[in-house]
Design a protein around this ligand. Sequence first.
Ligand code: ARG
Length: 473
Amino acid sequence: MAQLWGGRFTKETDQLVYNFNASISFDQKFYKQDMEGSIAHVKMLGKQGILSEEETQEIVKSIKDILQEVEKGTLEISQKYEDIHSFVEATLIDRLGDTGKKLHTGRSRNDQVALDMRLYTRQEVLETDELLKELLNVILTIMENNLDTYMPGFTHLQKAQPVTLAHHMGAYFEMFKRDRQRMEDIYHRMNYCPLGCGALAGTTYPLDRYDTAKRMGFAGPALNSMDGVSDRDYLIEFLSALSIIMMHLSRFSEEVIIWNSNEYQFVEIDDAYSTGSSIMPQKKNPDIAELVRGKTGRVYGALISLLTTMKGIPLAYNKDMQEDKELTFDAIDTVKGCLALFTGMLSTMKFKKERMEASAKHGFTNATDAADYLVNHGVPFRDAHGIVGRLVLFCIEKKAAIDDLSLEELQKISPVFEADIFEAVSMKTCVEKRLTIGAPGQEAMKKVIELEKEYLGQDWKTKLQDWEQELLK
Ligand code: ARG
């Protein structure tokens, strides 16, 4: 057992209590952020004259050494410490003696852990955004290549009106674009530094909180020390945004699974992204899509869990907050994994254009357009709706599509039909007449693709400062 706070105790902690309380098994994940926070803190203490220049340099150098050794694998993070903070401080004291004992001047583990978690998740927000961007690039390529790949658009999972694959993909583009906007939004709202909040009430040392905030790329210090140590809103927001990403991925996965089924055969998932059956030799299963859909539950679980943990916590820090870590780490890793795999699966997937087009043709997806034809020839819409309804019934009995009928057959149902009806209800016309912005017609889609390209061309992340190099140099 290795604890920082033994002074006022006369008895050893019970071993089970120690194990229950310890967090090193999971908070070692942010060893780097913990040491970066310490370096920023110590540099500031030096600047403020709280530590001498020599002490400052000695401590900073030693923390950098520890960091490098951990990264290289020559120094193991020993699980005998209570948490990562204790490990770093104890190692430092081991190496520097009394000077090492000055590291924690003007700091509490409460503001320290709040900082570590914030630094860690802030980086993860950036990485999630980057993965979303890669997915958007793949979707955009599919859109560009499939402006005239006709397919049925569905409502109630029933064929409704013809669209194109480009248009269908464009819907997902919008979803993941909004997910990126949420990343940007969260990043800026969370970007305030809790270091210097102390245990809850700041400190009596003349700390310069603006200085540490700046050293670590924050927009400024958290303006209330009680809030600074106990705010976990940003994690809840992040988990909420991650849940929405999973919801989008899960809907998309569901479509891939349906499209990949024997009945649809709209797509073929690449061998590298499918799996077989141990008993049925013919099987090629969409396991990746199913797993992504399945993992959605556990990300939602993390969100609900943290919301519930936080709802009863009085100000300021309480140990309940230690529970923010494992679930959040798991949710982040899960979402990043799902995004990467889904992007790979999508970019290698084959779309069977003829199957899609044939499916659109044989589902009466042009029935609305046939009714519109009658309306354009003077038939009131409600009557036109009835006529086309009868037409569809006739086709069902004949097992034919509307455009498979002869003009005589059509005219038996309504004399208003003329030879130009075939052109009017062709798949091409049905789609290409839909030209309002946001609709599937090619000209409309081309404008949208231009806008999406422009959007992808400017990345909000490129504006961020690179604080890390400066801090560690
Ligand atoms: N492991 C703790 C956590 O994750 C660190 C903060 C400990 N602070 C305390 N007062 N016990 O929240």
